[in-house]
Design a binder for this molecule. Structure first.
Ligand code: GAL
Length: 368
């Protein structure tokens, strides 16, 4: 047990209660089929969250648990309502990937009052002490990997014109990705190798509410008109997520970047991404998008299941990071998974050989 876990257990013991995350969930000895895990996912517009939901559900059902899986359509009130309902219907553990990391405090209080442990999934739930565990990837490393692949794709020389995009400011991950990326890019901006021609380098200026593809496309279009109408070109774009990358690429293609049927085109800038979404993997195979960051959602689902089982057994899940994820109220014990950069060179080894996508899916750009 971690020091933090021990302290929590002591406090709970002192209260004499069965609080969430405590040493007794009250479920020890119950058969899995008598236990329900509520799984709350943000949206089905992105295929990664569909895969996350399915993976968690399948793995829990294989162990015999009942699963209540809900998607909230990226709508905060819908997610609050779904979580409320899971609690009133007697969920024994909650696994939640929040839309807005700060919007679930009252639900989490209700969960704690009912002794239901809460696992924050991929995105940290903020401003609540009632988050018992966090399973995620190494989010700072994601940003570092994105920036390193941008720099690698640009190659020797410079100065290169780049533009920066960040994710949704209500998602704690967006800050980790951006800070990780800037830890690599800032020194190169400072020494003049990289030029952010728009001058927009603050996360507030470059953020994309709800990670929406259309919003990123619109901002890229605006940047091209406002900043690159003088004959200059964009050489690279830091994009933190494949959905945004596709919007950015559409804007660039509409402005004449990338191969066209008449051949006379500006080379496509180096565009990064994240999640290895199938449409983007195809764009990478076709040399349109440069890279993505692969986060194996099967492994994340497995960690969430391991954590849920630990709570149901009255134990504390094992954390491998008890420092970095302060949610504003406390440092949440976390389990961080590693990430892998994918370019055209390793689609086969990273994504096909591992069974994440089939060769046919990569070829067609569509999940089967
Ligand atoms: C983040 C997540 C990324 C990406 C993004 C948009 O929270 O960590 O992998 O999926 O949301 O959905």
């Amino acid at each position: 047990m971690t020091a933090l876990g021990a302290a929590a257990a002591l406090v709970l013991a002192a209260c004499g209660g069965e609080g969430a995350g405590g040493s007794s969930s009250g479920n020890e000895g119950s058969a899995p089929e008598d236990l329900t895990i509520g799984v709350s996912m943000p949206t089905q517009t992105s295929e990664r969250w569909i895969a996350d939901g399915e993976n968690v559900q399948e793995q829990l059902e294989e162990l015999g648990y009942e699963v209540d899986l809900q998607y909230a359509g990226d709508d905060i009130p819908t997610q609050s309502q779904q979580v409320d309902q899971m609690i009133t219907q007697g969920a024994d553990v909650l696994i939640i990937a929040a839309i807005d990391g700060t919007a679930l405090s009252s639900q989490l209080q209700a969960a704690a009052d009912a002794g239901i442990p809460v696992i924050s999934y991929d995105r940290l739930i903020r401003d609540s002490e009632n988050v018992d565990f966090y399973v995620t990837f190494d989010n700072f490393a994601v940003g570092v990997a994105q920036a390193e692949s941008l720099v690698e794709g640009l190659g020797e020389g410079g100065p290169f014109n780049i533009e920066l995009f960040a994710g949704s400011l209500d998602d704690n991950n967006a800050f980790f990705f951006f800070e990780g990326a800037m830890s690599v890019l800032q020194p190169l901006i400072d020494d003049g190798t990289l030029v952010v021609k728009s001058g927009q380098t603050d996360i507030e200026q470059v953020a994309t509410l709800r990670w929406q593809q259309e919003t990123a496309q619109k901002r890229m279009e605006d940047l091209l008109t406002s900043t690159y109408n003088d004959g200059s070109r964009v050489d690279g774009v830091l994009s933190p997520y494949d959905g945004l990358s596709r919007g950015i690429i559409t804007a660039l293609q509409n402005a004449g970047y990338g191969p066209t049927t008449d051949g006379g085109a500006q080379p496509m800038p180096i565009v990064t991404g994240q999640d290895a979404e199938i449409a983007s993997v195809k764009l990478i195979a076709d040399s349109v998008q440069y890279s993505t960051i692969f986060k194996d959602t099967r492994d994340l689902a497995e960690q969430a299941v391991i954590a849920a089982e630990a709570f149901l057994d009255g134990d504390e899940p094992e954390a491998n990071n008890t420092e970095d994820y302060d949610n504003g109220v406390k440092v949440v014990p976390s389990f961080l998974l590693p990430v892998e950069t994918v370019t055209a060179d390793n689609i086969q080894t990273a994504l096909v050989d591992s069974g994440y996508w089939t060769a046919e899916e990569v070829e067609s750009g569509q999940a089967e």
